[in-house]
Design a protein around this ligand. Sequence first.
Ligand SMILES: NC(=O)c1ccc[n+]([C@@H]2O[C@H](COP(=O)([O-])OP(=O)(O)OC[C@H]3O[C@@H](n4cnc5c(N)ncnc54)[C@H](OP(=O)(O)O)[C@@H]3O)[C@@H](O)[C@H]2O)c1
Length: 350
Amino acid sequence: MAGPTLAVVGATGAVGTVMCELLSSRRNVWGEIRLVASARSAGKTIMCRGEELTVQALAPEVFDGVDVAMFDVPDEVSAEWAPVATARGAVVVDNSGAFRMDKDVPLVVPEINPEQVRNRPKGIIANANCTTLGMIVAVAPLHREFGLRELVLASYQAVSGAGQVGVDTLHDQLAKIAGDRVLGSRPGNVRQAVGDDLGPFPAPLALNVVPWAGSLKDAGWSSEELKLRNESRKILGLPDLKVSATCVRVPVVTGHSVAVHAVFGTEVDAEGAREALRNAPGVILVDDPAAGEFPMPIDAVGTDPSWVGRLRRSMDDPRALDLFVTGDNLRKGAALNTAQIAELLAAELS
Ligand SMILES: NC(=O)c1ccc[n+]([C@@H]2O[C@H](COP(=O)([O-])OP(=O)(O)OC[C@H]3O[C@@H](n4cnc5c(N)ncnc54)[C@H](OP(=O)(O)O)[C@@H]3O)[C@@H](O)[C@H]2O)c1
């Protein structure tokens, strides 16, 4: 088959599953496609690009002859195996957090810094985390227009951001509480109904919001909050950008949202900002509150762009805008951005 050979490592996971859907629906630039996962999944078959492909267990030989390897696996698996893939000649596009802040690994969002794809001394290109990606696609055109100085962010993150186990946990909890109209009106009664199986979350998600995502880092910040800060700075090339984030997990299956307060170097006007967003790649403006039109996960799920709305100029600071952004964390937040980077590589390698 003509075209570069692609390996998808982690093809059986939440991101890998969407990747197979994207490979079936996007322009076909690939020759052979190899699906790889853990030994647990070896031998399973998955439909991808109209072919029934058999999943192979991760091993050094699966990378022989591979041009591009997408990694949709946990951090520690990427950290160990991405160098194995590059040693065998593949360029790696990694979706995990293992390499994002490595100074020799570019953090690429094709709508913002596609030229960085060629700057890959380790043969590895990193994909940003899902919350940063959806938000930054909307903020970058505003930065180009007005010059960004500061971001104050609150995220509303879906359970699929924690992988397939996160989705299963929410559905199991919803099944346990279904129909009980008393739940949520007394302290502890949701905890009691849900039981001990909290999956990857520190508290029940059903009928709740949890102001925590990731692991505990210095001074009370969570790892997800630090990712928003550090990755935004790296992608925009603004090492001194001020970023404060509060990450919150909500009972949504797929679709991360972020409430953004952005402060710029010049005065802003809401109509100019809307115009910049209308012309921006990867963004759809959904901003008609009078008609009940807002960006929401139930509409954004399964779509490619970042949905942006509720755009207002601050009442107190003429240099600041408030807006709400929603995007599919498994598409632009993960698989789609990886596919776009890999397609830039395919064009370079063909
Ligand atoms: N979910 C999101 O919104 C999102 C967004 C951006 C980035 N990411 C990142 O993308 C990566 C994958 O996330 P996910 O949500 O898809 O996770 P997931 O649903 O838990 O899937 C994990 C995948 O990794 C495979 N895997 C696990 N351990 C392995 C091993 N030792 N050797 C080979 N394969 C192994 C699994 O294979 P088996 O099925 O065989 O176990 C599965 O295919 C993570 O680094 C995550 O942080 C996720």
